[in-house]
Design a binder for this molecule. Structure first.
Ligand code: ATP
Ligand code: MG
Length: 431
């Protein structure tokens, strides 16, 4: 069935007094955009996660707007805006730190020269504009296709999304296999929403993931990095990991880990991954800082650890072995997921700090506390101690040590009225 045939003929319009979207739950910036569009004679609706999350009594992560104004018209209307994306052109309107994403209604694209399909049916470009109904059936899940119309505050439901939200079902609009072929990232989105919203993926959309998983191999590595960060920083990373394993998708995202799992894995390492993801979830849900570097350090640790042991079984010489294994594992991983260098370097720092936590004599501890990414490496070590990979007393020793010592203590103090000494350049040979 094509999306076109699936075109809804049962639009439900829910008037303002019969649904719970109120302007109070929408950010001021999003309201400004909606009103300015409306006043300028365009259609303007809040759509996607903003509407869905308010209906679920959750705080929306961001607000997405759909309109019949073209990207160029939007550029004219909002000075603080820029057009982004090639595959799917969008306009970002900036208000301080908040960005409102505005998309022009997409139309049916089958024969349009403005759209491109790959040989596997993947949409490489989707920039044909259409009306709101065309737009609704081009969205991924029914729960994501509800529109809050600013002109009369009604809620427009073209795909039976309200009922699915009430039954907590994630249902693909149209034929799931076709929709995954058009954009395989929709499989990762299904997992993210199922985990984050505690929804069940409807059966045909769930079955089709097993069939289409390998299509993820064709997705650019940079887009997969963005999606992976969204998955693991969703606040439900532990569940996300379970679902990725269930749907056999790790093979396309972190293949070295998948191989390690298939090769009789050490249960305590799997427990470590789970504990570390639970810890990340707690941090995300309490608005603490999290880094993609920590996630990759966790997911690749079993492989790096095993490989380093093979290179050098003598634990006292573990650091160079970890550096060598770390570099090798990262260089294989970045072929699948483009991890920016600043993060992959931090993952390596976390790994190579691990043996250093066992040196608690002399100057070593003060040196380590000033080590790049010390806090992340310390958390990583303590999580290992929770599952028996590191002695509990090591975590306790370092926790206590930090009550007495702060970073920078090992650096020489600057004399008060002298300028700080110029840093000597390291000679090339030393690196
Ligand atoms: P959140 O912002 O909470 O992660 P969201 O549903 O708002 O979730 P966005 O990525 O912000 O997700 O996208 C906004 C909307 O755009 C979605 O709700 C969906 O309707 C549509 N959309 C986004 N990505 C796709 C896609 N790959 N295929 C089809 N529709 C999509
Ligand atoms: Mg959104």
């Amino acid at each position: 069935m094509s999306n076109r045939e699936n075109r809804s003929d049962k639009l439900a319009i829910i008037p303002r007094d019969q649904h719970k979207i109120s302007r109070k739950s929408i950010s001021e910036a999003a309201l400004k955009v909606l009103y300015r569009l409306d006043k300028s004679g365009y259609r303007a609706c809040l759509v996607g996660g903003g509407v869905r999350d308010i209906l679920l009594d959750k705080q929306p992560k961001d607000f997405d707007i759909a309109t019949d104004a073209t990207p160029e018209q939007l550029r004219e209307l909002f000075r603080n805006s820029r057009i982004i994306g090639r595959r799917f052109r969008l306009v970002h309107i900036r208000f301080g730190r908040e960005i409102i994403e505005v998309a022009t209604f997409r139309g049916h694209s089958e024969d349009s020269p403005k759209n491109e399909l790959s040989t596997e049916g993947r949409i490489l470009r989707d920039n044909t504009f259409g009306d709101i109904e065309d737009d609704a059936i081009r969205r991924d899940f029914t729960a994501n296709a509800l529109y809050y119309d600013i002109s009369d505050y009604s809620l427009l439901d073209y795909a039976n999304g309200l009922e699915d939200i009430e039954s907590r079902i994630l249902r693909m609009i149209g034929d799931a296999t076709t929709r995954y072929q058009e954009d395989p990232v929709r499989m990762l989105r299904a997992i993210r929403f199922a985990a984050k919203l505690d929804f069940e993926i409807e059966e045909s959309a769930s079955e089709a993931i097993f069939e289409c998983g390998s299509l993820l191999a064709n997705i650019p590595a940079a887009r997969l990095f963005d999606e992976l960060v969204k998955l693991f920083h969703s606040g439900n990373a532990s569940r996300v990991f379970e679902l990725l394993r269930h749907y056999k998708l790790l093979a396309y995202l972190v293949p070295a880990l998948e191989e390690w799992i298939n090769d009789d894995p050490d249960e305590s390492m799997l427990d470590f991954i789970d504990q570390a993801l639970v810890n990340t979830d707690i941090r995300v849900n309490s608005q603490q800082h999290v880094s993609p570097a920590f996630i990759f350090a966790v997911l690749l640790w079993p492989v790096v650890h095993q490989q380093a042991n093979k290179i050098q079984p003598d634990k006292t010489k573990a650091i160079p072995a970890l550096n060598e294994a770390g570099s090798d594992v990262i260089s294989r991983q970045v072929k699948h997921i483009a991890i920016p260098r600043r993060y992959s370097q931090m993952s390596r720092d976390i790994w190579s700090a691990q043996p250093r936590f066992f040196r608690t004599n002399g100057k070593y501890p003060l040196r380590l506390i000033n080590y790049p990414s010390f806090r992340a490496a310390y958390d990583f070590m303590c999580i290992q101690s929770l599952v028996g990979l590191v002695p509990k007393k090591t975590c306790e020793w370092w926790t206590e040590f930090q009550t007495r010592h702060q970073p920078t203590e090992s650096r020489p103090p600057h004399r008060s009225n002298k300028p700080p000494p110029r840093r000597r350049r390291r000679s090339r040979n030393a690196t």
